[in-house]
Design a protein around this ligand. Structure first.
Ligand code: ZN
Length: 418
């Protein structure tokens, strides 16, 4: 297989699609989806007798996919074989296996072919930095090591990729990263913010946050440090889902994924994704855990791909509280905004639901007492306004950089929420 040809083909396709009108794009997408449903989907055992219409297919999710892993990929690879491959070098024959980060038992596995891997690379380059490619680019990717998608392109002439293991901690590779002098940096927002706090010597031309929800509180810190607008690459086990364009629009990857949306309250939606350009592991009507706010405006760049105003967080992290009128839900963005708007000096915090009626707000000791009290008061006022029954405890403690897990400033730790 010619990997570079796959990547280049995908690059060109992605660029072409981005120039279509919405009407032309929808026609193209409908044809691609139809081909996928007729030809690719039935090759996975789970879909042997599947109905022909997408809307008639069952909704799937991570629990189902993990329980019947071998029925969702066309090679019959079992979850046990995939985990074993992951523990070795991530290879299962000609296939690459990867897993999302997360607590054990809650990790999602994925399997892709070589062709898909190169196609994926071409797509991400076409979306993230098409103009840099021809000048040669050095891309630094700082993610947990189990993301093995990028291995393929390391040696190519136009692109140099370097990987830095998040779990090893930034101290262990700081010198190496600075010497690599990347033109593109892709990292979780907490690491980008750490670069700013520790004054790393980096002069990239593009910076993307990835792998964690970008909290608005981190954006100005990162943008001021790099003197660049911060882009986002929204990807998951489910694939590449959205990338920021040069105009700042966060475009859904509708050129490889068909999105359906389920309302989640507060103007937010959760996506059902059908990845119509993935043929090894079949994902159809797969319910994601993320909460999105869709944009009503088309982007100035002219791309027909719809935009997301914000990836708000995870459905798992919606607070579930009791009230006199019954159970209520409070979404992470509303909680986050209450804390941040309480006082401008608050630029980091943790807000955790620890019990059915218990919430803990942690603020660093370096924050002034009156600012901390304002934050505490704001959360209480928000919950009172919702008539929620909950006690909010204020904790003053340092908020350390955790590299072993995803940062979630607003987090629900109720077991029943899983
Ligand atoms: Zn755009």
């Amino acid at each position: 297989m010619n990997g570079l040809a796959e990547a280049a083909g995908s690059f060109v396709l992605t660029r072409c699609v981005s120039r279509k009108s919405r009407t032309d794009f929808e026609r193209w997408q409908a044809a691609a989806l139809r081909r996928f449903l007729d030809r690719d989907l039935p090759r996975a055992p789970f879909y042997r007798k599947a109905p022909a219409r997408l809307a008639d297919l069952p909704v799937t999710d991570k629990a189902l996919m993990m329980a019947r892993f071998e029925d969702f990929n066309i090679h019959g690879l079992t979850a046990t074989e995939a985990w074993a491959a992951l523990a070795r070098d991530g290879r299962a024959g000609a296939l690459t296996v990867g897993a999302s980060t997360g607590t054990s038992g809650n990790r999602g596995l994925f399997v892709i072919s070589e062709a898909e891997k190169y196609r994926w690379l071409g797509t991400i380059l076409a979306k993230a930095a098409p103009d840099l490619l021809w000048r040669g680019m050095r891309v630094a990717v700082i993610l947990p090591q189990n993301t093995r998608l990028y291995d393929s392109a390391r040696k190519s002439r136009l692109i140099k990729l370097a990987f830095f293991d998040l779990t090893a901690g930034p101290e262990s590779w700081r010198g190496e990263l600075e010497a690599f002098d990347p033109t593109v940096v892709i990292a979780p927002p907490k690491i980008l913010r750490h670069f700013a706090a520790e004054d790393f010597r980096l002069q990239p031309m593009r910076v993307f946050s990835a792998a964690e929800t970008l909290d608005p509180v981190d954006r100005p810190v990162i943008e001021n440090f790099f003197r660049l607008p911060l882009g986002q690459i929204y990807m998951a086990t489910e694939g590449l889902l959205a990338v920021t364009c040069r105009h700042g629009g966060l475009h859904l990857a509708e050129d490889s994924v068909f999105f359906e949306f389920e309302p989640a309250g507060e103007g937010l939606v959760t996506p059902l994704v059908t990845a119509f350009r993935r043929w090894t592991q079949i994902m159809a009507r797969y319910r994601m855990n993320d909460l999105l706010r869709l944009s009503g405006q088309p982007c100035g760049c002219g791309s027909p791909l719809r935009c997301v105003d914000e990836i708000v967080g995870r459905m798992d992290d919606v607070f579930r509280l009791g009230s006199q009128t019954g159970p209520i839900l409070v979404t992470p963005d509303v909680l986050r905004n209450a804390v941040l708007k309480a006082d401008r000096r608050i630029d980091d915090f943790r807000l955790v639901q620890t019990g059915p009626d218990r919430i803990e707000l942690s603020l660093p000791p370096s924050l002034a007492d009156d600012a901390a009290a304002a934050g505490h008061q704001a959360v209480q006022a928000l919950l009172e306004a919702r008539k929620a029954v909950a006690a909010v405890t204020l904790i003053r403690a340092p908020l350390p950089l955790e590299t072993g897990r995803k940062l979630r400033r607003v987090e629900c730790r109720l077991e029943q929420a899983r």
